[in-house]
Design a protein around this ligand. Sequence first.
Ligand code: KG4
Ligand code: ZN
Length: 342
Amino acid sequence: ADEPLVLGIETSCDETGVGIVRGHTLLADAIASSVDEHARFGGVVPEVASRAHLEAIVPTMERALAEAGVTIADIDAIAVTSGPGLAGALLVGVAAAKGYALAAEKPVYGVNHLAAHVAVDTLEHGPLPEPAIALLVSGGHSSLLRVDDLAGGVTPLGATIDDAAGEAFDKVARLLGLPFPGGPWIDREARAGDAGAIGFPRGLTAAKDLAAHRYDFSFSGLKTAVARWVEARQRAGEPVPVADVAASFQEAVCDVLVGKALDACRTSGIDTLVIGGGVAANSRLRAMAEHRAAKHGIRVRVPRPKLCTDNGAMVAALGSHLVASGVAPSRLDLPADSALPL
Ligand code: KG4
Ligand code: ZN
């Protein structure tokens, strides 16, 4: 094939990922996670993540190349997440990308982590219809984006004003005594629970909040409401119905995410909604989005769970799109920017 072979490096949080794509075809997706090292702290510890990336980056690179059956000399371009994310973690990936680019004389593309979460969908469903609305929900971010052009035309419509959706899942899981990261555990527990058992609050959906925060999210009030509810039960000496709390909490989060994402689609007359980020693996979010979108003729695209969480393939997918769009590579003094805007 004459489509370029693009390698992507992701180190913005706790996953060291190296992916290789040709066009929209995924050839390798190697990953090393430090999630177990953070588990006892109940959240990602930046210093621990940076050290883990440093140990994992070269072996993960080698695994990806072996998986794709190519050598670094065969690669046409190297893409790397240059932000947003943890500064020290990003630095490891950016430094590695520069080292490989310099040694093998390859162009390097610094890419935005959020845009990469959207681009990864092209590996599963082909070219993205533009414009599209994207909902990105993970442990580090909760954003609603308008995508006019994956190569530089991604505009934020709104974001969380406090906790990220995944962070809320993790905190609620913790107070229910479930392991970290809690999202998958809440998802599992919720299947046996009644989503209508407890009426938890839907942040920033009241008429008075919509004027200034129509496409923004807030999950800290929900987390507090769950904590108060659980504490009241415990104080009364009654058992906590974990499955019902999990299902009712999950329903509140999904209701707000899907409601705002579909509002953005309908208001702008856009009929494609892409969902990405670790929380996109949530079974209730997927089902609710598809069910409610169908009523409005909106198509929902959600990549398989392994592509939703942080990985190198998403960075390679965006890099591949940039190369195909004729975008110029980054300079070799490309910085890591923990607050990189879209
Ligand atoms: O995208 P990701 O792997 O890393 C970040 O950039 O944060 O997302 C991780 C987040 C965690 O908060 C985790 O609890 C959540 O995604 N998550 C889920 C599910 N699977 C992962 N949340 C809800 N339901 C799930 N099935
Ligand atoms: Zn992410």
